[in-house]
Design a protein around this ligand. Structure first.
Ligand code: ADP
Ligand code: ASP
Ligand code: MG
Length: 408
């Protein structure tokens, strides 16, 4: 008998019929003798609808209030699933984040979980009750409701699995696993049987929204195996687990894209110590995460250009700060592009192989795609390009690294 945390995403709970389908699956797992804790997302489209409503009320709504509104999406589905389970003869109880003491910091809209109290959940399981926890939400030290960032129900599920010492965390979604690239963009995408935490973390960080980044971080830290699978069929999905020898063989295991990126560039800032520190300190005080940074100095060494990328949601705030700092520093001007795309290739095999970067650049060049920025790590290479070329770039890279071929 195992303890399994099952998380059902928005499409899996999009209407009552699908919620009944989820309830049947939960009951089947119970009948197989396992203990189950369920985490649910809001119904598909609901979080977007609520966010739209908040922004209709005011152009810059308070982040605290937005979280109060957004958390209602998951509140509804957790209670609906509990009702349906009870109707089918199963004891079940819904819980909001604060009721199971999912304690977070106070960064509204992308709060990080600090601790979880598994006491209530374990007591329920002992009594044969199935707890159904609203994903995506927590409570800060002042008792205010927080949300964990888009896709945050994945993180709720893995954090609960870690706190409960669960044997497995199942993530039920609308695709039947983690693919070499987004199967909705590239029809030749191939399902991976297994992927290491490290590669999955890179893929998630680089835009593969099938798992939220924080969820993978938690899973890696507490060694929680994740099984990503579909709630619409019985197919084996993808196991996200620790790296093994077999995985090492893949040079490149995936291609990702992220259209939610913006680029800001300060032109001709004085090339002296402390300039970059000033700019990035100001951005960090505003809690804006920076992705890529490129600085180029002029030949005579007097001036530098400083370019960086942020997520599109942070663009207005980041641009405002960049303009202020540029003025203080006496920069010539600030250039910006609100929409750029990032395409990346990921693979642990890159550690021990050369020529991967040049092949990536050549592939993009062959398609006539200009590269605006490049960044690399041990196991990934990313390029910033014009957003209209995203799908073309993803397919071309998927083909040129022959990812449609079977593993091993
Ligand atoms: P849920 O609502 O169940 O959390 P998401 O929309 O957050 O589902 O995540 C699933 C989606 O992730 C898929 O529909 C797919 O378009 C996208 N995706 C992006 N990259 C990948 C990938 N490499 N493998 C599988 N799905 C991916
Ligand atoms: N409902 C939230 C979102 O749409 C959280 C989630 O689905 O994981 O981002
Ligand atoms: Mg998701």
């Amino acid at each position: 008998m195992a303890l399994i945390v099952q998380k059902y995403g928005g499409t899996s709970v999009a209407n009552l019929e699908r919620i009944r389908n989820v309830a049947r699956r939960v009951m089947r797992t119970r009948q197989q003798g396992h203990d189950v804790v369920v985490v649910v997302s809001a119904m598909a489209g609901e979080t977007d609808r609520l966010l739209g409503l908040a922004h209709e009320a005011a152009p810059r709504p308070s982040e605290r209030e937005v979280d109060v509104i957004l958390a209602t999406g998951e509140q509804v589905t957790s209670a609906l699933l509990a009702i349906v389970l009870e109707d089918m003869g199963c004891r079940a109880k819904s819980y909001l984040g604060h009721q199971v003491k999912i304690a977070t910091d106070s960064v509204h809209g992308r709060a990080r979980i600090r601790s979880v109290d598994s006491f209530k959940l374990l007591a329920d399981l002992k009594e044969g009750v199935i707890p159904v926890v609203a994903g995506f939400q927590g409570e800060d030290e002042w008792g205010d409701i927080t949300t964990l960032g888009r896709g945050g129900s994945d993180t709720t599920a893995v954090a609960l699995a870690a706190a409960l010492g669960a044997d497995l965390c199942e993530i039920y979604t609308d695709v039947d696993g983690v693919y070499t690239t987004d199967p909705n963009v590239c029809e030749r995408a191939r399902k991976l049987r297994r992927i290491s935490y490290e590669e999955m973390l890179e893929m998630a960080s680089l835009g593969a929204k099938v798992l939220q980044i924080r969820a993978v971080e938690f899973a890696a830290k507490y060694k929680v195996p994740i099984h990503v699978r579909s709630s619409f069929n019985e197919e084996e999905g993808t196991l996200v687990c620790e790296e093994d020898e077999e995985m090492e063989k893949a040079l490149v295991s995936g291609v990702t894209y992220d259209r939610n990126q913006s680029r800001i560039e300060l032109i001709r800032v004085p090339d002296r110590p402390g300039v970059a520190a000033k700019l990035f300190q100001a951005l960090s005080h505003a809690a804006i995460p920076i992705d890529m940074i490129i600085q180029t100095s002029s030949a005579e060494g007097q001036y530098a250009n400083l370019a960086f990328t942020v997520s599109k949601t942070d663009f207005p705030k980041a641009l405002e700060i960049a303009k202020e700092i540029a003025q203080e520093l006496g920069a010539q001007e600030v250039l910006s592009e609100e929409e750029v795309a990032k395409v990346s290739i990921v693979g642990i095999g890159m550690r021990s192989h050369t020529g991967v970067a040049s092949k990536m650049f050549q592939t993009l060049a062959n398609e006539g795609i200009n590269i605006k920025m490049i960044s690399t790590s041990e196991i990934k290479i990313s390029c910033i390009i014009e957003p209209k070329y995203t799908e073309l770039a993803v397919r071309a890279l998927h083909d040129s690294f022959e990812l449609q071929k079977e593993e091993g």
